[in-house]
Ligand binder design. Structure first.
Ligand code: FES
Length: 143
């Protein structure tokens, strides 16, 4: 099951990226919401809760990028998690890495503070949308 699932996910992600690049995708995708699983063609902010795995994987004082889910989670202090969309507010690319506490956009070099979502280097000027996040049974649940 996992092989076909991950193949499907790759296909979905490619499609989502293409759509996001074109328009942002939200309106067109709502029409087929009965068929979509969490994560497929997702807009910048997940509409349904998304499990991100063990909370312990996000280092205290650091952050972790979940590229497949288009989310970034930071942890300023033990137990204090913040999650943001990892989709750049400039033209919709997904952040590719975290450098010195800043999420880097590979497309045009925007940087975002992963503890606040603020754009700290352009061309992006809008902050990353914040996503609610909580810990349940040691796992992070966003959205
Ligand atoms: S899409 Fe991120 S900097 Fe342009």
């Amino acid at each position: 099951m996992s092989a076909s699932q991950s193949a499907a996910r790759r296909t979905v992600l490619k499609g989502a990226a293409a759509i996001a690049g074109a328009v942002g995708g939200g309106a067109a995708l709502t029409a087929c919401s009965t068929e979509t699983n969490s994560g497929s063609g997702a807009p910048a902010v997940p509409a349904q809760p998304v499990e991100l795995g063990a909370a312990a994987e996000v280092p205290v004082g650091g952050a972790k990028l979940f590229r497949e889910k288009k989310l970034v989670v930071s942890c300023a202090e033990a137990g204090q998690y913040k999650a943001f969309s990892a989709q750049c507010t400039h033209a919709g690319c997904v952040l590719d890495k975290i450098v010195e506490g800043e999420g880097n956009c590979p497309c045009h070099g925007s940087r975002f503070d992963v503890t606040t979502g603020q754009a700290v280097r352009g061309p992006a000027t809008e902050p990353l949308p914040e996503v609610p996040v909580k810990v349940e049974g040691g796992k992070l649940i966003a959205g």
